[in-house]
Design a binder for this molecule. Structure first.
Ligand SMILES: Nc1ncnc2c1ncn2[C@@H]1O[C@H](COP(=O)(O)OP(=O)(O)OP(=O)(O)O)[C@@H](O)[C@H]1O
Length: 255
Protein backbone atom coordinates (compact mmCIF):
# COMPACT_ATOMS: atom_id res chain seq x y z
CA UNK A 1 0.00 0.00 0.00
CA UNK A 2 1.46 3.36 -0.93
CA UNK A 3 0.71 6.61 0.86
CA UNK A 4 1.39 7.91 4.28
CA UNK A 5 -0.68 7.13 7.34
CA UNK A 6 -2.44 3.94 6.23
CA UNK A 7 -3.01 1.67 9.23
CA UNK A 8 -3.75 -1.97 8.74
CA UNK A 9 -4.65 -4.38 11.53
CA UNK A 10 -5.08 -8.01 10.64
CA UNK A 11 -6.23 -10.79 13.00
CA UNK A 12 -4.82 -9.02 16.06
CA UNK A 13 -4.94 -10.93 19.37
CA UNK A 14 -3.69 -9.81 22.75
CA UNK A 15 -3.40 -12.01 25.85
CA UNK A 16 -1.97 -11.04 29.21
CA UNK A 17 -0.45 -13.75 31.43
CA UNK A 18 -2.24 -14.36 34.74
CA UNK A 19 -1.15 -16.43 37.75
CA UNK A 20 -3.45 -19.26 36.68
CA UNK A 21 -3.65 -18.90 32.91
CA UNK A 22 -4.07 -15.90 30.67
CA UNK A 23 -6.50 -13.07 30.04
CA UNK A 24 -7.65 -12.90 26.44
CA UNK A 25 -8.17 -9.17 25.98
CA UNK A 26 -8.40 -8.74 22.22
CA UNK A 27 -9.57 -11.31 19.70
CA UNK A 28 -9.23 -11.23 15.94
CA UNK A 29 -9.23 -7.47 15.39
CA UNK A 30 -9.04 -6.64 11.68
CA UNK A 31 -9.40 -3.07 10.52
CA UNK A 32 -7.99 -0.87 7.78
CA UNK A 33 -7.80 2.87 8.48
CA UNK A 34 -7.12 4.91 5.40
CA UNK A 35 -4.73 7.82 5.17
CA UNK A 36 -6.30 10.94 6.68
CA UNK A 37 -9.28 9.10 8.13
CA UNK A 38 -10.66 9.85 11.62
CA UNK A 39 -11.75 6.68 13.39
CA UNK A 40 -13.42 6.69 16.82
CA UNK A 41 -13.40 3.59 19.01
CA UNK A 42 -16.10 3.15 21.66
CA UNK A 43 -17.12 0.29 23.92
CA UNK A 44 -17.83 -0.59 27.53
CA UNK A 45 -15.18 -0.53 30.19
CA UNK A 46 -12.63 -3.33 29.85
CA UNK A 47 -13.33 -4.24 26.23
CA UNK A 48 -9.72 -3.55 25.29
CA UNK A 49 -9.90 -0.09 23.69
CA UNK A 50 -6.81 1.25 25.47
CA UNK A 51 -4.95 -2.00 24.89
CA UNK A 52 -5.65 -1.69 21.18
CA UNK A 53 -4.33 1.87 21.21
CA UNK A 54 -1.22 0.80 23.16
CA UNK A 55 -0.55 -1.79 20.47
CA UNK A 56 -0.80 0.96 17.84
CA UNK A 57 1.53 3.21 19.85
CA UNK A 58 3.96 0.30 20.22
CA UNK A 59 3.86 0.28 24.03
CA UNK A 60 2.62 -3.34 23.91
CA UNK A 61 3.27 -6.13 21.42
CA UNK A 62 0.40 -8.17 19.98
CA UNK A 63 0.21 -11.87 20.89
CA UNK A 64 -0.86 -12.66 17.32
CA UNK A 65 -1.78 -11.03 14.03
CA UNK A 66 -0.21 -7.95 12.50
CA UNK A 67 -0.34 -4.18 12.85
CA UNK A 68 1.21 -2.15 10.04
CA UNK A 69 1.68 1.50 9.20
CA UNK A 70 2.11 2.04 5.47
CA UNK A 71 2.97 -1.64 5.17
CA UNK A 72 5.70 -1.58 7.85
CA UNK A 73 5.09 -3.72 10.95
CA UNK A 74 4.59 -1.70 14.15
CA UNK A 75 7.11 -2.65 16.85
CA UNK A 76 7.99 -0.21 19.62
CA UNK A 77 7.28 3.50 19.73
CA UNK A 78 8.15 5.79 16.84
CA UNK A 79 7.75 9.53 16.15
CA UNK A 80 5.59 8.54 13.16
CA UNK A 81 2.88 7.74 15.72
CA UNK A 82 1.95 10.60 18.07
CA UNK A 83 -0.01 9.92 21.24
CA UNK A 84 -2.17 11.97 23.61
CA UNK A 85 -3.36 10.40 26.87
CA UNK A 86 -6.18 11.42 29.23
CA UNK A 87 -3.68 12.85 31.72
CA UNK A 88 -1.51 15.43 29.99
CA UNK A 89 1.78 14.04 31.42
CA UNK A 90 3.55 17.42 31.26
CA UNK A 91 6.73 17.81 33.31
CA UNK A 92 5.97 20.47 35.94
CA UNK A 93 9.61 21.65 36.07
CA UNK A 94 9.67 22.49 32.34
CA UNK A 95 7.95 25.38 30.60
CA UNK A 96 5.27 24.71 28.00
CA UNK A 97 7.82 25.31 25.26
CA UNK A 98 10.36 22.91 26.79
CA UNK A 99 7.72 20.23 27.34
CA UNK A 100 6.90 20.25 23.63
CA UNK A 101 10.57 20.62 22.67
CA UNK A 102 11.37 17.43 24.57
CA UNK A 103 9.33 15.44 22.05
CA UNK A 104 11.87 16.55 19.40
CA UNK A 105 14.85 15.21 21.39
CA UNK A 106 15.75 12.71 18.65
CA UNK A 107 14.90 14.98 15.75
CA UNK A 108 17.56 15.80 13.13
CA UNK A 109 16.42 19.46 13.16
CA UNK A 110 18.77 22.11 14.56
CA UNK A 111 17.84 24.17 17.62
CA UNK A 112 16.30 27.09 15.72
CA UNK A 113 14.25 24.75 13.54
CA UNK A 114 13.05 22.84 16.59
CA UNK A 115 11.94 26.04 18.31
CA UNK A 116 10.16 27.21 15.17
CA UNK A 117 8.40 23.85 14.98
CA UNK A 118 7.37 24.06 18.65
CA UNK A 119 6.02 27.59 18.23
CA UNK A 120 4.09 26.63 15.10
CA UNK A 121 2.38 23.84 17.02
CA UNK A 122 1.64 26.01 20.04
CA UNK A 123 0.03 28.42 17.61
CA UNK A 124 -1.95 25.55 16.08
CA UNK A 125 -3.48 24.73 19.48
CA UNK A 126 -4.09 28.40 20.36
CA UNK A 127 -1.29 28.75 22.94
CA UNK A 128 1.10 31.06 21.15
CA UNK A 129 1.35 33.35 24.16
CA UNK A 130 1.94 30.58 26.68
CA UNK A 131 5.31 29.24 25.49
CA UNK A 132 7.07 30.43 28.65
CA UNK A 133 4.28 29.47 31.06
CA UNK A 134 4.64 26.64 33.59
CA UNK A 135 2.22 23.71 33.56
CA UNK A 136 0.92 24.76 37.02
CA UNK A 137 -0.28 28.03 35.45
CA UNK A 138 -2.47 26.24 32.90
CA UNK A 139 -6.08 25.05 33.11
CA UNK A 140 -6.89 21.40 32.37
CA UNK A 141 -8.00 22.29 28.85
CA UNK A 142 -4.83 24.29 28.17
CA UNK A 143 -2.69 21.41 29.42
CA UNK A 144 -4.43 19.05 27.02
CA UNK A 145 -3.79 21.55 24.21
CA UNK A 146 -0.09 21.38 25.06
CA UNK A 147 -0.32 17.57 25.02
CA UNK A 148 -1.89 17.75 21.54
CA UNK A 149 0.90 20.10 20.36
CA UNK A 150 3.45 17.65 21.75
CA UNK A 151 1.66 14.75 20.02
CA UNK A 152 1.83 16.56 16.67
CA UNK A 153 5.22 18.29 16.86
CA UNK A 154 7.08 15.42 15.20
CA UNK A 155 4.60 15.66 12.33
CA UNK A 156 3.51 12.04 12.82
CA UNK A 157 1.65 10.08 10.17
CA UNK A 158 -0.87 9.00 12.77
CA UNK A 159 -2.31 10.69 15.86
CA UNK A 160 -3.53 8.32 18.59
CA UNK A 161 -5.78 9.74 21.31
CA UNK A 162 -6.75 7.81 24.45
CA UNK A 163 -9.68 9.59 26.14
CA UNK A 164 -7.90 12.93 25.67
CA UNK A 165 -10.79 15.00 27.04
CA UNK A 166 -12.05 12.50 29.64
CA UNK A 167 -10.96 14.59 32.63
CA UNK A 168 -12.33 17.94 31.38
CA UNK A 169 -15.57 19.73 32.23
CA UNK A 170 -18.33 19.60 29.61
CA UNK A 171 -17.77 23.10 28.21
CA UNK A 172 -13.98 22.77 27.88
CA UNK A 173 -14.47 19.33 26.41
CA UNK A 174 -16.80 20.71 23.72
CA UNK A 175 -14.28 23.48 22.91
CA UNK A 176 -11.43 21.00 22.62
CA UNK A 177 -13.52 18.70 20.41
CA UNK A 178 -14.06 21.63 18.02
CA UNK A 179 -10.34 22.41 18.17
CA UNK A 180 -9.43 18.81 17.41
CA UNK A 181 -11.84 18.77 14.44
CA UNK A 182 -10.23 21.97 13.13
CA UNK A 183 -6.68 20.67 13.60
CA UNK A 184 -7.56 17.36 11.95
CA UNK A 185 -9.07 19.19 8.97
CA UNK A 186 -5.99 21.44 8.70
CA UNK A 187 -3.40 18.70 9.11
CA UNK A 188 -5.24 15.85 7.34
CA UNK A 189 -3.58 13.36 9.67
CA UNK A 190 -4.85 9.81 10.22
CA UNK A 191 -6.45 9.90 13.67
CA UNK A 192 -7.64 7.20 16.05
CA UNK A 193 -9.66 8.34 19.08
CA UNK A 194 -10.58 6.05 21.97
CA UNK A 195 -13.47 7.49 23.96
CA UNK A 196 -16.27 6.58 26.36
CA UNK A 197 -18.30 9.45 24.95
CA UNK A 198 -20.55 8.29 22.11
CA UNK A 199 -21.45 11.91 21.25
CA UNK A 200 -17.77 12.71 20.82
CA UNK A 201 -17.23 9.56 18.75
CA UNK A 202 -19.97 10.38 16.22
CA UNK A 203 -19.24 14.12 16.15
CA UNK A 204 -15.61 13.58 15.15
CA UNK A 205 -15.33 10.18 13.47
CA UNK A 206 -15.60 9.26 9.81
CA UNK A 207 -16.33 5.84 11.24
CA UNK A 208 -17.17 4.62 14.73
CA UNK A 209 -15.81 1.22 15.74
CA UNK A 210 -18.03 -0.29 18.44
CA UNK A 211 -16.25 -2.90 20.55
CA UNK A 212 -17.64 -5.56 22.85
CA UNK A 213 -15.93 -7.25 25.81
CA UNK A 214 -14.68 -10.64 27.00
CA UNK A 215 -12.69 -10.93 24.85
CA UNK A 216 -12.55 -7.53 23.15
CA UNK A 217 -13.85 -7.74 19.60
CA UNK A 218 -15.22 -5.40 16.98
CA UNK A 219 -18.99 -5.58 17.20
CA UNK A 220 -19.89 -3.09 14.48
CA UNK A 221 -18.31 -0.38 12.37
CA UNK A 222 -20.62 2.54 11.70
CA UNK A 223 -19.87 5.08 8.97
CA UNK A 224 -20.80 8.65 9.90
CA UNK A 225 -22.02 9.91 6.55
CA UNK A 226 -21.77 13.66 7.20
CA UNK A 227 -19.20 16.16 5.94
CA UNK A 228 -16.82 17.97 8.31
CA UNK A 229 -16.92 20.28 10.16
CA UNK A 230 -20.16 19.07 11.71
CA UNK A 231 -22.92 20.79 13.56
CA UNK A 232 -23.28 19.31 17.02
CA UNK A 233 -27.08 19.47 16.79
CA UNK A 234 -27.35 17.68 13.44
CA UNK A 235 -30.28 15.22 13.69
CA UNK A 236 -28.24 12.46 11.98
CA UNK A 237 -25.69 12.56 14.82
CA UNK A 238 -28.50 12.13 17.36
CA UNK A 239 -29.83 9.11 15.40
CA UNK A 240 -26.41 7.46 15.27
CA UNK A 241 -25.79 8.13 18.94
CA UNK A 242 -29.10 6.62 19.94
CA UNK A 243 -28.47 3.58 17.69
CA UNK A 244 -25.08 2.93 19.33
CA UNK A 245 -26.39 3.47 22.87
CA UNK A 246 -29.34 1.11 22.28
CA UNK A 247 -26.83 -1.49 21.16
CA UNK A 248 -24.96 -1.13 24.48
CA UNK A 249 -28.19 -1.32 26.48
CA UNK A 250 -29.32 -4.47 24.64
CA UNK A 251 -25.96 -6.12 25.30
CA UNK A 252 -26.02 -5.27 28.98
CA UNK A 253 -29.53 -6.72 29.25
CA UNK A 254 -28.39 -10.11 27.91
CA UNK A 255 -25.03 -10.15 29.73
N1 LIG B 1 -0.74 -5.04 31.45
C1 LIG B 1 -1.85 -5.73 31.72
N2 LIG B 1 -1.80 -6.90 32.39
C2 LIG B 1 -2.92 -7.60 32.65
N3 LIG B 1 -4.16 -7.23 32.28
C3 LIG B 1 -4.27 -6.07 31.62
C4 LIG B 1 -3.14 -5.26 31.30
N4 LIG B 1 -3.57 -4.16 30.61
C5 LIG B 1 -4.91 -4.28 30.52
N5 LIG B 1 -5.33 -5.42 31.11
C6 LIG B 1 -6.71 -5.90 31.19
O1 LIG B 1 -7.23 -5.90 29.89
C7 LIG B 1 -8.61 -5.60 29.90
C8 LIG B 1 -8.88 -4.46 28.93
O2 LIG B 1 -8.28 -3.27 29.45
P1 LIG B 1 -8.31 -1.91 28.63
O3 LIG B 1 -7.77 -0.86 29.53
O4 LIG B 1 -7.67 -2.10 27.31
O5 LIG B 1 -9.88 -1.72 28.41
P2 LIG B 1 -10.68 -0.40 28.03
O6 LIG B 1 -11.76 -0.84 27.08
O7 LIG B 1 -9.77 0.66 27.56
O8 LIG B 1 -11.29 -0.02 29.44
P3 LIG B 1 -11.66 1.41 30.03
O9 LIG B 1 -12.71 1.95 29.13
O10 LIG B 1 -12.19 1.09 31.40
O11 LIG B 1 -10.41 2.23 30.07
C9 LIG B 1 -8.97 -5.26 31.33
O12 LIG B 1 -9.55 -6.41 31.92
C10 LIG B 1 -7.63 -4.97 31.96
O13 LIG B 1 -7.63 -5.28 33.32
Amino acid sequence: MSGSGFLSLHGVHKRFPLKDGELHVLEDISLDIRQGEFVSIVGGSGCGKSTLLRLLVGLEEASGGSLRLDGTPIHGTDPARGIVFQDHRLYPWLTVEDNVLLALANSPLDKAERLARVHAHLELVGLRHFAKAWPAQLSGGMSQRVAIARGLVNRPKVLLLDEPFGALDALTRAQLQDELARIWLTEGITTVLVTHDVDEAVLLGDRVVVMEPRPGRIRRIIPVDLPHPRRRDHPRLAELRSDILQDFTRRQAVA
